[in-house]
Design a protein around this ligand. Structure first.
Ligand code: HEC
Ligand code: HEC
Length: 448
């Protein structure tokens, strides 16, 4: 048999090592990770069973549940109650907003806490309000200190410090969420990094685009892609948290929400592995939004969307998912309040004299929000995390701070061109094949 000479063998091994190194280098530095070859899929029987669970109106001690059913604290009786615009799984109106709270480090307890103020409770003793939260975590009273000699004292005034902050957050649409789940962390990090490099290169040439690169949010399990603040890395974690917080249903991985008034109360899961898998099968295979043909104005609007810089943050294609329009990074779009408004920056930091630990680095600051995917946006009014913008145009004009340059450019467009950008957003529609609700009255608030 023919044998390679020792030098040819060495060459062959050398070439092999080089090829592997080149492939690894490409993977680490240039690729977005493995391409998405297959979209989300699940067995039809699981999807159908999951749909039933998504629409089911849960009751306390519900026969479908293994544990105590709905509650003890909850925001609605079904997933569909909030997620319904444009079909099952869509967004919800402002009346279904959820109240999130956070407790900043205090002298009595230097840990950072976050939670939900639930609108309803099975037992009236567990009723939650912002007032109940504030009572649990009361304002740290300020004081005045006198130091130095009597004839010339230094007087220091430490203001009161309320450690509780609340936010009202609007229901997001879940269409295409299974696709977002497939976007690799690497794609998000690489986009952020290459934007940073490009900005630095332009700065060397004396050009500034003044759009800061947003922050990647790292959470347990990877880059936070889900939620207004990117609070979860995976769809299954968010679905488990939604069961626990919105409906008070424990799952095999996540305990049901404990009432603020009874923080030591524990309970077993309400959904078993199979039920949770079915619910996930339904959520992850919800159809993805579509971009419809909006004619010439919309096509012009799409160009302008790129030209004025919207697409810097609302990146059209991310990690192999086309038409999602997000970079999944955190930004600040709100101008800071004028100085002298009490507290630092956005008026929410503790007085420095209290020497309290900072908010953990990976906890977004109050004013930071994740760029939301814009797919389906035409069917998810009102807009922004709190639903404070009634129209798409309002939403655009409320982009300040990090997006200020882009908003100024938008405002500099002719009225027709501005309308064209809005017309383009109007082509980003909920999927036409979304499942209609069996019983539209489930969306009535506080339905019993
Ligand atoms: C009371 C209203 C309400 C109910 C009920 C509700 N949700 Fe939500 N849902 C929300 C809100 C509000 C958000 C945005 C929360 C945030 O980002 O902080 C959200 C976000 C989500 C997200 C994240 C989507 C994304 O792309 O970021 C998922 C997934 C989700 N919900 C699934 C569910 C499931 C499954 C159920 C039923 C078990 C459910 N929700 C019940 C209001 C609700
Ligand atoms: C610096 C990054 C950045 C730029 C540039 C930017 N956006 Fe946004 N956009 C965001 C963030 C972050 C939010 C969410 C803010 C919030 O909820 O408070 C958002 C929200 C939106 C929303 C509301 C989406 C929803 O689901 O409620 C629309 C519509 C929108 N942007 C359109 C645009 C358009 C059009 C432009 C260009 C004129 C633009 N954005 C430029 C980051 C950006």
């Amino acid at each position: 048999m023919h044998r390679l000479s020792p030098s040819a063998q060495r060459r062959l091994v050398g070439t092999g090592v080089l090829a592997v190194a080149a492939a690894a280098g490409y993977y680490y530095f240039l690729s977005d990770g493995f391409p998405i070859l297959w979209g989300p899929s699940a067995r039809a029987s699981e999807v159908a069973a999951g749909r039933d669970l998504f629409e089911h109106e849960w009751q306390p001690n519900d026969p479908l549940a293994r544990g105590d059913g709905l509650g003890p604290v909850f925001n609605a009786r079904s997933c569909a109650a909030c997620h319904f615009q444009g079909g099952l799984g869509g967004g919800g109106g402002r009346e279904h907003n959820v109240t999130a709270f956070e407790v900043l480090p205090r002298p009595a307890d230097p840990t950072f806490k976050a939670g939900t103020v639930h609108h309803f409770s099975v037992d009236p003793a567990h009723k939650e309000t912002v007032g109940v939260v504030k009572k649990q975590f009361p304002t740290v009273l300020g004081r005045t200190t006198r130091t130095g000699p009597d004839n010339c004292p230094t007087i220091t005034v430490i203001p009161d410090f309320d450690p509780v902050r609340t936010d009202s957050v609007q229901t997001t649409a879940l269409f295409g969420a299974g696709w977002v789940d497939l976007i690799s962390d690497r794609a998000i990090i690489r986009n952020a990094r290459s934007r940073g490099l490009r900005a630095a290169a332009r700065e060397l040439q004396g050009e500034f685009d003044n759009i800061p690169v947003g922050r990647v949010r790292h959470v347990a399990g990877g880059v936070g892609k889900f939620g207004w603040k990117g609070q979860f890395a995976s769809l299954s974690e968010f679905v488990a948290a939604a069961c626990a917080n919105e409906l008070g249903l424990g799952t095999p991985t996540t305990e049901q929400a404990r009432p603020i008034a009874d923080p030591n109360r524990t309970a077993g899961p309400d959904l078993d592995e199979k039920q949770f898998r079915n619910l996930m099968a339904f959520v992850k295979t919800l159809p993805r939004p579509v971009e419809v043909d909006g004619g010439a104005p919309a096509a012009r609007g799409k160009e302008l969307f790129g030209a004025v810089g919207c697409a810097v943050c609302h990146v059209p294609d991310m990690g192999g998912v086309k038409g999602v329009y997000s970079d999944f990074l955190l930004y600040t779009l709100e101008d800071p309040p004028p100085p002298g408004g009490g507290g630092g920056g956005y008026g929410t930091e503790p007085p420095p004299q209290l020497n309290l630990p900072d908010r953990p680095e990976d906890e977004p600051r109050p004013q930071e929000w994740k760029t939301p995917p814009l797919w389906g946006v035409a069917d998810s009014a009102p807009y922004l995390h709190d639903g404070s913008a009634a129209t798409l145009r309002d939403a655009i004009l409320k982009h300040r701070a990090d997006a200020k340059t882009v908003t100024e450019r938008f405002k500099g467009l002719s009225a027709d061109d501005q309308a064209a950008v809005v017309a383009f957003l109007g082509t980003l529609k909920a999927p036409p094949d979304a499942t209609p609700l069996r019983d539209p009255s489930v969306t009535r608030l506080g339905r019993r």
